[in-house]
Design a protein around this ligand. Structure first.
Ligand code: F6R
Length: 260
């Protein structure tokens, strides 16, 4: 597992954007899996800048969201559909028919999830999955105890996740949905390349368990130790609990890279 530690959130976001942009340049019709939440806001801002100032071309890119709340219409301000359009899709030249986000209002969420999993397969599988991480080690909305063999499916959010996400429902923090459709652990692990972003000291424990902890379904992100091409991109605070790598580190301007 490769770990990049950036001096601050801005550098972490730029580093992640460089990796996403490199994937798009290498394979213009690449398939991306994308997260929402607070962590990737800087990444999306940087990708929008790269599109506007450097001509980064999204026209052939396929984008699959990691998850969506069940019960919210896509134009609801707290839906992940709204978030993705507001933060990224409306500002780059991605083709609308290459954007897939689970429908939060699907009559049959199981069927919607199965169709979503199938759509990922039909697109050729995920080339690059971009992940955030919950304080409990969740990736996507795969909460502790999720089976490593899980595929896209309807899930129940953990109490801690509902509490953490109440900040995005300022008008009514009690309105955070209890359920979502999420890519499964196996769906994510099948990606050819994975990057995970984490910022802030409140993520440091989960990051430490991801890198050093036992591989266990109690810490879903620990499964990433088994992936052949996974890079964590952290700011200093998120990296603050990590043991130094026995292999030392490769320094760079504002960042250092370690291999565990
Ligand atoms: C959201 C997602 C979640 C978040 C995680 C961290 O699409 O998949 O796993 O990445 O809850 O959220 P933030 O970045 O808000 O701390």
């Amino acid at each position: 597992m490769k770990v990049i530690v950036a001096d601050d959130y801005g550098m972490m976001s730029k580093e992640a954007a460089e990796i996403v942009a490199a994937e798009i340049r290498k394979k213009p019709d690449c398939v991306l899996a994308l997260p929402t939440g607070g962590t990737p806001l800087g990444l999306y801002a940087e990708l929008v800048r790269m599109h506007k100032e450097e001509g980064l071309d999204f026209s052939c890119v396929f984008a699959f969201n990691l998850d969506e709340y069940i019960g919210l219409p896509e134009d609801h301000e707290s839906s992940y559909n709204f978030y993705m359009h507001d933060r990224l899709f409306n500002h780059v030249n991605i083709s609308r028919d290459r954007i897939r986000i689970p429908c939060g209002l699907a009559e049959d969420p199981e069927e919607e999830a199965a169709a979503y999993e199938w759509a990922i397969k039909r697109a050729g599988g995920i080339d690059l999955a971009v992940l955030g991480i919950g304080r409990n080690g969740h990736i996507g909305f795969n909460e502790p105890r999720t089976e490593f063999g899980s595929l896209t499916r309807p899930i129940y959010l953990a109490k801690r996740t509902i509490e953490a996400n109440a900040r995005f429902f300022q008008e009514n923090p009690d309105a955070v949905p209890r359920r979502a459709i999420s890519m499964g652990i196996r769906t994510i692990m099948n990606s050819r390349k994975i990057i995970l972003l984490a910022s802030g000291v409140e993520k440091s424990h989960a990051v430490n368990q991801t890198v050093h902890g036992p591989v266990t379904e109690m810490v879903p992100s620990s499964v990433l130790q088994l992936h052949p091409d996974c890079t964590l991109i952290l700011d200093k605070d998120a990296a603050s609990e990590l043991e130094p790598s026995p292999n030392g580190f490769i320094p760079g301007p504002g960042i250092k890279t370690m291999v565990y």
